[in-house]
Design a protein around this ligand. Structure first.
Ligand code: PLP
Ligand code: SF4
Length: 330
């Protein structure tokens, strides 16, 4: 199926979902009014039973409306936003937000208070303004296209943004952050890959959270991208009831290595409003990561990181240094 018609066939209301699975509609309407529902046909087919790891990621849950006292902008991104489409928190790296929408909406999303709600909505004039900012910001070497999902843009628009960025002499690398290889693999077409192959070094960070998301069509999509010279990596989020289990995490990382996707980050969940029910204690996250050492190549072990709300940036979650390290100092 063509990716645009697949996108048009997404499940966006509790009623459409209830045709297939018994759910309590009265509980979900309020949730969906606040945070949009959108499940791609690809993802929908992966749901096997209520509350399985795929379901939990995409089906609205009444707990999203709990008064959890968590902030809407947990990372203070707005404080680092010189123009609406740019988040510039680290000197040498900046985010360029090129789309306000995603192919599917994840219930645990840090930006769930803005994505798909009309509060995050980028017109061409805002992207233009962002490109002008990046042209002047000569300290920026690394631009990350994000949103929303950048691969929802048409091929031509994406090509035009990429060629504008690669024309700037101070930009050394560009990265795309996209969940589309996971939730809408049909978008990864040969023509998209032909365009991406023109731009190097261009990296793509995707977002698999569970080994069951690695299906033959996802494998094919990642293969096309890798064959086009796009190095692939993965940013997973540690989620209660989804992947907060050593065996599941190890299996996910092994599957990713097999399809040329390098596990990059495992994010400790940010404290964003409406996501509290996904929270996993940091001790458990450390246990999961530590259990992987010796069980899988170092290539397959992601950095476990958290993002403190003061905006000081991602930090690794580490054990304290082993005592023996002093003996190694010369
Ligand atoms: C995570 C992030 C980056 C990129 O960080 P890397 O560690 O280089 O992948 C850049 N800007 C912001 C605001 C971020 O949150
Ligand atoms: S694809 Fe990313 S930005 Fe979009 S809803 Fe999911 S986590 Fe949020």
């Amino acid at each position: 199926m063509n990716w645009k018609s697949e996108l048009a066939d997404c499940i966006t209301t509790p009623e459409q979902f209830a045709v297939h699975f018994p759910i309590d509609l009265s509980l979900l309407h309020g949730v969906v009014r606040r945070y949009p529902m959108q499940i791609t046909p690809h993802t929908f087919k992966l749901i096997e039973s209520a509350n399985d790891p795929i379901w939990r990621q995409v089906v609205p849950d009444p707990r999203e409306l709990l008064d959890d006292n968590l902030p809407e902008d947990s990372l203070n991104e707005r404080g680092y936003s010189p123009v609406p489409a740019v988040v510039h928190r680290y000197t040498d790296r900046a985010l360029l937000l090129v789309s306000g929408k995603c192919a599917g909406y994840c219930r645990f999303c840090t930006r769930k208070n803005r994505v798909g709600t009309g509060q995050l909505c980028f017109g061409w004039n805002q992207i233009e303004q962002g490109l002008v900012y990046l042209r002047e910001a000569t300290q920026v070497r690394d631009v990350i296209l994000t949103g929303g999902d950048p691969l929802l843009l048409d091929d031509e628009h994406l090509a035009s943004i990429l060629s504008r960025l690669f024309a700037l002499p101070h930009i050394e690398i560009v990265r795309i952050g996209s969940r589309i290889p996971v939730v809408l693999p049909s978008r990864i077409t040969a023509s998209l890959c032909t365009i991406l192959a023109r731009f190097q070094p261009l990296y793509l960070n995707t977002h698999f959270n569970h080994p069951r998301e690695v299906t033959p069509s996802n494998v094919a999509a990642c293969g096309l991208l890798a064959n086009s010279g796009v190095p692939l990596s993965n940013q997973a989020v540690l989620l209660r009831g989804v992947n907060d289990d050593s065996e599941v995490m190890r299996q996910l990382c092994r599957e990713l290595l097999k399809i040329r996707v390098r596990p990059y980050y495992l994010h400790h969940l940010d404290h964003a409003k409406g996501t509290g029910h996904f929270h996993v204690p940091v001790e458990k996250g450390m246990k999961i990561i530590n259990s992987m050492r010796g069980q899988i190549s170092g290539l397959g072990i992601p950095h476990y990181v958290y993002d403190p709300p003061d905006g000081s940036g991602k930090k690794p979650v580490l054990d304290s240094p082993p005592k023996t390290i002093d003996g190694l100092r010369s």
